[in-house]
Design a protein around this ligand. Sequence first.
Ligand code: GLU
Length: 343
Amino acid sequence: MKKLITFLMSILMVFGIATMTACDNAITIWTGSTGGTYCAFTNGLQTQLTKKTGYTFNVVGDTGGSVANLKAIGSGDCKMAIVQNDTMVNAYNGFTSSFAQSGAITNFSVIGQVYPEVIQIVTDDANIKSLADLKGKNKTVSVSIGDVGSGVEANAVALLKEYGVDIRLEGDKYVSNDITIQNLSVAKSAEAMKDNKLDVFFFTSGAPATSITEIALAKPVYMLGLSDAVMNKFISENKIDGKYDVYSVQSITHAQYDFISEGQIVKTIGVSATYIISNSVSEEVAYNITKALWESKGSIGHAVESTMDINNALETIGNVPVHPGAAKYYTEQGLTVDNVAQI
Ligand code: GLU
């Protein structure tokens, strides 16, 4: 009898350990709208991560993007996510109205910044040449600023304000006397523009974004650029907490979208797509993921991976700490990591 009990207990233990390991190594990654770059890039990366680590990754699409992803990490709904660095620093410090309810989200740390995301402003109206043209339109122009509370929305609002377009918060929604505001994901924006129900939409993402490439096949569209003066003012005025640089000047060209003529450079503001991970993930697992991420460059199958540069992996993360597993990998690669999370 004693032998039987010992035998049964050892079986239970083996199963217990196996279950723990399987759980620890099943990583759910939240991404973004299906027509966006978070989703496409992470789907490509998933194959490589699985191959290189042997862990299981579940990629979740159709999320609201950065804000929703950060909240999902906060609530434990996912272990890993891709987010805009500006939204990430705001979440970590509990800044901006998007995180008023959740409060600061601090149970995560950085794996690495992978590619620049650019603020893309798409219109099908050849007469709109600049955001300044939206002033005084008496609501005749319909503009999507992204999902309510998203990083896209925050970028759109800041730029519209910079160009003097009326836009104000009423409750949790933005309103304007100049334009008719819509809160649509990129996939829904592209659909609405195809159906002539939308004149302009904003989307902050790695370029090319599938939804934008697709709509350009259906009808003529144009990408609005920003003036140097506005960009310089925007970057210096929008340091987070007055000190963390999260924005940079970027350009979009024919290399990303055929509808931009060869030689034309559309200048815009950029942020950085950043993988983050829950602090509940062990150092070993985070190390293996970080290593596999950088060793996947060239095999992910998305155009933005050509911009992946390990030297920029921790450049604009503000005061958000780096996961110790990621820090171990970067240190091995000769990088200095100043702020490592305690897990
Ligand atoms: N940057 C966008 C956001 O956080 C999503 C971009 C994408 O899906 O590629 O809302």
